[in-house]
Design a protein around this ligand. Structure first.
Ligand code: GDP
Ligand code: MG
Length: 162
């Protein structure tokens, strides 16, 4: 069976942007289909000749629950379904309490976690990576989903856990 990478993180960190980068044009037709939501949940990626499934847990809405409850549910889903969890944080905004809460859940799961610090659009922002070491999830990988920077390194890290 193909490995599953689940993308987790609070809203607006760039999960869907990164999902689209990974899945690429492969799914482009689906977006033009009427009635299909813009945020796709499932896709297929390929890196270094390995195909894998990708889930954007941010696209899963669980009723009218408060944000933190939704994030817990999304993280829980990722923990149960994924072989590798891609935890995305926002390197422009910095570390938040919600990030720390999700990180604790992920940490306890013992699943392999890749920590992607998004919105590192230029070298000036690399210093923003350092505070994320405090999450205890290993080396933060600076990426820019919008510009495609660092995405290869991030996928190398994901594939290394398959
Ligand atoms: P999600 O809610 O986590 O799925 O986040 P989205 O992918 O919808 O992105 C939220 C916002 O951040 C959008 O306005 C994106 O254009 C922006 N964004 C995503 N990735 C980057 C990035 O690498 N750099 C910058 N500057 N903005 C980004
Ligand atoms: Mg999204």
């Amino acid at each position: 069976a193909q490995s599953v990478v689940a993308i987790v993180g609070r809203p607006n960190v760039g999960k869907s942007t990164i999902f689209n980068r990974i899945v690429g044009e492969r799914m482009a037709i689906v977006e033009d289909t009427p009635g299909v939501t813009r945020d796709r949940l499932f896709g297929e990626g390929e890196w270094l000749g390995r195909r894998f499934h990708v889930i954007d847990t941010g696209g899963i809405e669980i009723g009218d629950e408060p944000l933190l409850v939704q994030m817990r549910e999304q993280a829980h889903l990722a923990i149960t379904e994924a072989d590798v969890i891609l935890f995305v944080v926002d390197g422009r905004e910095g570390l938040t309490g919600a990030d720390e809460e999700v990180a604790q859940m992920l940490y306890r799961s013992k699943k392999p976690i890749v920590l992607g610090v998004n919105k590192i659009d230029n070298p000036d922002r690399i210093q923003n990576l350092y505070e994320f070491y405090s999450l205890g999830l290993g080396e933060p990988i600076g990426i820019s989903g919008a510009h495609g920077i660092g995405v290869g390194d991030m996928l190398d890290a994901c594939v290394s856990h398959f």
